[in-house]
Design a protein around this ligand. Structure first.
Ligand SMILES: *[C@@H]1O[C@H](CO)[C@@H](O)[C@H](O)[C@H]1NC(C)=O
Ligand SMILES: *[C@@H]1O[C@H](CO)[C@@H](O)[C@H](O)[C@H]1NC(C)=O
Ligand SMILES: *[C@@H]1O[C@H](CO)[C@@H](O)[C@H](O)[C@H]1NC(C)=O
Length: 282
């Protein structure tokens, strides 16, 4: 599925001689998260019965964000393979070592039928990279598990300081950890126009307004962080403004990272989440 995702960018990028990171999104050079610091963050494994050559039918999928007792938002490219028949979601975890005991960790399996991928997801153009997972039961909120808020439909968040987090990361590109650990970094949000210029070094085209970008820095999301959150904290809430979608350049190169702008999909989220969103959002 990831291979497919890249093609569109390559045809685009070819013109501008940009290397595309074809395995997505790992937090490079981030900080280690502390217990209960990101209670809205989840990760999931995917079940693929065609994984015959592997030791398990389950393999690492992506990150995601809890936005109500029953709803997780993630990226469409994480789930668009027709081979995926279920996902196994981990809540309240710091390590992705599934056998390790952690006080807040919970696990839930969700069948394919409860996964909704945006109808207009375009893997080549990379538009509408959003999917929703409906949980079969309510998750109980506590210190370790809490939802993020949906963003305001009208705020652009340009210039806001945001936090992005994910697993599968290494402390630096060279220094890998034995088992992926949740990491994060803070970075500011830039305009679509700035983002396109930084990505392609020219400016006659712009990205669609359904993207939201973070400034290029030494930190970068990379492999395995796809689907994870971009959060802006206001006085009271953690607000989910973006979903990790794609990046140009190698994971350590100085390009912005593009996220799906959650505020562009509020109607889609409400329509597909239905009652279970309304009942639990304040
Ligand atoms: C995962 O956690 C278990 C239980 O603590 C431990 O025995 C095992 O060594 C860990 N795996 C890795 C790869 O660190
Ligand atoms: C924080 O953002 C949420 C979601 O947009 C909003 O409902 C809330 O009123 C905001 N709080 C403050 C203090 O701005
Ligand atoms: C990142 O931002 C969050 C939220 O504003 C803050 O609590 C945290 O201390 C910051 N971390 C670093 C390393 O700057």
């Amino acid at each position: 599925m990831k291979g497919q995702l890249i093609l569109g960018v390559i045809s685009f990028a070819f013109l501008f001689k940009i290397a595309i990171c074809n395995e997505f999104h790992r937090i490079i050079d981030g900080y280690k998260a502390s217990e209960a610091q990101f209670p809205y963050q989840v990760y999931f494994d995917v079940l693929d019965f065609t994984n015959l050559e592997k030791s398990s039918y389950w393999s690492y999928g992506c990150g995601g964000t809890l936005v109500s007792k029953r709803i997780i938002l993630t990226a469409a490219h994480c789930l668009d393979s027709p081979k995926i028949s279920a996902v196994r979601i981990y809540f309240g975890a710091l390590s992705s070592n599934e056998t390790l005991f952690e006080p807040g960790k919970k696990r839930l399996i969700v069948k394919r039928k409860d996964i909704i991928i945006h109808e207009d997801w375009e893997p080549h153009a990379l538009y509408n990279d959003i999917a929703l997972i409906k949980l079969p039961i309510d998750v109980n909120f506590n210190e370790y598990i809490q939802p993020a808020k949906l963003p305001s439909p009208t705020v652009t968040y340009i210039g806001s300081e945001a936090t992005t987090s994910g697993w599968e990361g290494s402390l630096s590109a060279e220094e890998k950890e034995p088992v992926p650990y949740l990491k994060y970094f803070n970075v500011s949000i830039i305009s679509i126009d700035q983002c396109y210029k930084a990505m392609f070094r020219h400016s006659y085209k712009i990205y669609p307004s359904s993207y939201i970008c973070i400034r290029q820095s030494n930190n970068s999301p990379c492999h395995g962080d796809s689907g994870g959150p971009l959060i802006v904290h206001n006085d009271t809430d953690s607000v989910l403004v973006g979903i990790v979608s794609f990046a140009a350049g190698g994971c350590t190169e100085n390009y912005p990272t593009v996220y799906t702008r959650v505020s562009s999909y509020l109607d889609w989220i409400r329509k597909n989440a239905g009652e279970v969103l309304n009942g639990t959002e304040t």
